[in-house]
Design a binder for this molecule. Sequence first.
Ligand code: CMC
Length: 429
Amino acid sequence: MTRAVDARLTVDGTTRELPLERSTVGNDGVSVATLLSDTGLVTVDPGFMNTASCESSITYIDGDQGILRYRGYPIEQLAQNSTFLEVSYLLIHGELPTADQLTALNERVARHMHVHSGIKAFLEAFPRDAHPMAVLSGATSALSTFYPESVGRGEHEIELATVQLLAKTATVIAYLQRRFTGGDLIEPSRDGTYVDEFMRIAFSGTDGSLDIDPTIRRALDLLLILHADHEQNCSTSTVRIVGSSQANIYASISAGIGALSGPLHGGANEAALGMFDNIKESGDTVEQFVAKVKDKAEGARLMGFGHRVYKSYDPRGAVVKDVANTVLAELGGNDETFQMAQRLEEIALSDEYFIERKLYPNVDFYTGLLYSAMGFPRQMFTPLFALGRMPGWIAHYREMMEDPRTKIGRPRQIYTGEVARDYAPMDQR
Ligand code: CMC
């Protein structure tokens, strides 16, 4: 990385040079790390609209041009040619695997899909209608207590935790799906491929067999690839900030799952389908609903629309829409809702409100329709996002741990409270 000093800041008539951090592509950065000690000033950036919290070589996004690349590879090429575990290897290790490396990963993950009976008891202890994201977050953190040999920052522990997380969270999420159907938790078979085994645990009858529709298998694999990483989003930044305290990888990813559950982040896929249903139930036309969104009076947003980084069509959203077209035609999913979603998109994309603010469909706009057609209830949509994001979280945790410049994440504030006052006894308040 080349560095040059060519940014200047003048404070009270004194000009200071600020070092510039160069990227290989995309935005360079102005480093303000020493500003506080040099000037007594902090930088203010609520929502981190303009703050680079780290250097990373995992994922690149160009939000204006709708570009997403994992380790330099365009998402469209990976979606077309790759599989989820291959993409996981790429994100975590930086290069596409050889055939032997991929076979070894497949086998290792398959061997680790069994979960401790205590984890099963833990899952069974939650109310049946508990939101699966809450259970998943708890179960991910709890994994560290059942597999202490994978807790630690040594190379061997991190490698083991990587496989444990890919394997066991898949089983946990499949079990969460199974609980919706009231089925017993069946054992992983150790010899299936990742997506097949996930679907078998999630959907098979009590005899454990399942005929997997190849269209569903491919669509699910592809959705997982599309969700696998997205640089410094809310949940990944959460994983990094928790991990920066040297908390273990399970605790860090458990916190990331909590961040993902919010409707402005991963929870948007569940919220988008809820929004389609609400429009139908309200009797509003889509035009009336869009008018309410623009009015902002009821606080309604077009869920599955807009993005902090993309100011053009989310490239993942474009792939999902294509797949939804094929899958719903083949499986006969909820065509009426798909048509409504397309109509909403069409209206929004030609409306000044959305054009001015550069609001386009994001990855969450159409995914719920696909997950629904595959047989997942709405509450499972965000856990499926989490399953896809797992390799991204792992890759970022590992990258952060390997970076000798990592410091504990600790933002500053602009204090606006009382300056100083004396304690008032109870009878004087
Ligand atoms: N519907 C209506 N108006 C919107 C929307 C939307 N979905 N998104 C943004 N706006 C408006 C917002 O009201 C504001 O208007 P104004 O300038 O008049 O105040 C303007 O656009 C900028 O919005 P913002 O909230 O300041 O933008 P942000 O970058 O902070 O938020 C976002 C990004 C994704 C949280 C937001 O677009 C949103 O709430 N979208 C709906 C939820 C959603 O689909 N989330 C999934 C994101 S993609 C997958 C993931 O990351 O998990």
